[in-house]
Ligand binder design. Structure first.
Ligand code: COA
Length: 322
């Protein structure tokens, strides 16, 4: 049987760190409010001239190194992002070219905060179908460029970064199950109002900023993430206590705690980086994964569940043996 397996991870976080205390000077908020309502203490922000592909290249180099493979060994690139450098060419092709990866499928995939899970699931299917041997899969965002820095409801939540994995064909699992979902009826609860074919004239104005109805997003996120996690375990015939690690989307510590509680999973088994990264959208899961792989918590052979939820709404999970 053919499986896909993660053989290397990497991450990049921009140099500039913005703390809650910095935000106190920018909007009417407090460190205490942000920490207790969201769990965020600090976040990284890209420099003005830095792009999503810049961060991807750095994260990818580390993932390739960790996997012990050369750029010329890669035969697919998929980047989950909702903040691409340009409308086109897509970020995947920019990363491919800059790393010296030979001609192969290269694309970016837009599923908001679930972008990495969608990208990983897609690469898994191509590998198991026999079309691809070694994929470079990334989640990366310059989400702070889409924020209204005078809106305390949103500006305290988000951060930038990139995470990467090398996914290879393997006779041993590997990825065990993937589940993706979406429901477009929720579009108005979380969206960015400017696009290439809609209201482009608003770009660069005050109206071009993330719009969010936080309370409603929170409720649907808690229910959906609990459901998608349970479904992943049920379909693999795995009970929550067999799980070594949950690597959840890092949007809000209270959402993470609620999901863990629904699974009856102690917080000691949950990788939490929201305090240091904020919500980095599609980068959130691969950033958390790489953090825990490099600090030695996630070890080869362990059972890991990753899950995410984002604008659309979109959601998804990947259950794997690392
Ligand atoms: N600092 C201080 N006060 C703030 C604030 C801030 N940064 N942001 C909002 N407030 C205020 C609100 O204006 C409101 O004041 P009011 O009662 O006078 O109107 C009060 O705090 C409570 O707001 P509320 O919306 O009830 O807070 P909450 O407990 O729901 O927390 C979020 C707000 C945004 C942190 C929370 O709803 C959330 O995390 N939602 C999900 C967001 C998310 O995950 N999005 C991405 C999904 S991928």
């Amino acid at each position: 049987m053919t499986y896909s397996r993660i053989t290397g991870t990497g991450r990049y976080l921009p140099e500039k760190v913005l703390t809650n205390f910095d935000l106190e000077k920018m909007v009417d908020t407090t460190d205490e409010w942000i920490r207790t309502r969201t769990g965020v203490e600090r976040r990284h922000c890209v420099a003005e001239d830095q792009t999503t592909s810049d961060m991807c290249v750095e994260a990818a180099r580390l993932a390739l190194d960790a996997a012990g493979v050369a750029p010329t060994d890669i035969d697919m690139v998929i980047v989950g992002t909702t903040s691409p450098d340009l409308v086109f060419p897509n970020v995947g092709t920019i990363v491919q070219h800059r790393l010296g990866i030979p001609a192969c499928p290269a694309v970016s995939l837009e599923a908001a905060c679930t972008g990495f899970i969608y990208a990983l699931s897609t690469a898994d299917k191509y590998i198991r179908a026999g079309d691809v041997k070694r994929a470079l899969v990334l989640g990366a965002e310059c989400i702070t460029k889409l924020i209204d820095w005078s809106d305390r409801n949103t500006c305290v939540l988000f951060g930038d970064g990139a995470g990467a994995v090398v996914l290879e064909r393997s006779d041993e699992p590997g990825i065990l199950t993937t589940h993706l979902g979406a429901d477009g009826q929720y579009r108005d609860l979380l969206y960015y109002p400017v696009g290439a074919s809609k209201d482009l004239a608003k770009a660069g104005t005050d109206e071009a900023a993330i719009m969010m109805t936080g309370k409603e997003v929170f409720k649907v996120a808690v229910t959906t993430l609990g459901d998608v996690a349970s479904r992943a375990l049920e379909s693999a015939g795995v009970s929550p206590d067999e799980l070594d690690w949950l690597v959840p989307h890092q949007a809000n510590i209270r959402i993470i705690q609620a999901t863990a509680k629904r699974l009856n999973l102690p917080m000691e088994k949950v990788i939490v980086t929201v305090q240091d990264h904020g919500n980095t959208s599609a980068a959130s899961v691969p950033l958390a994964l790489d953090t825990a792989v490099r600090d030695g918590r996630i070890k080869p052979g362990q059972l890991v569940l990753m899950e995410a939820f984002g604008g659309g709404f979109t959601w998804g999970s990947v259950l794997m043996r690392f």
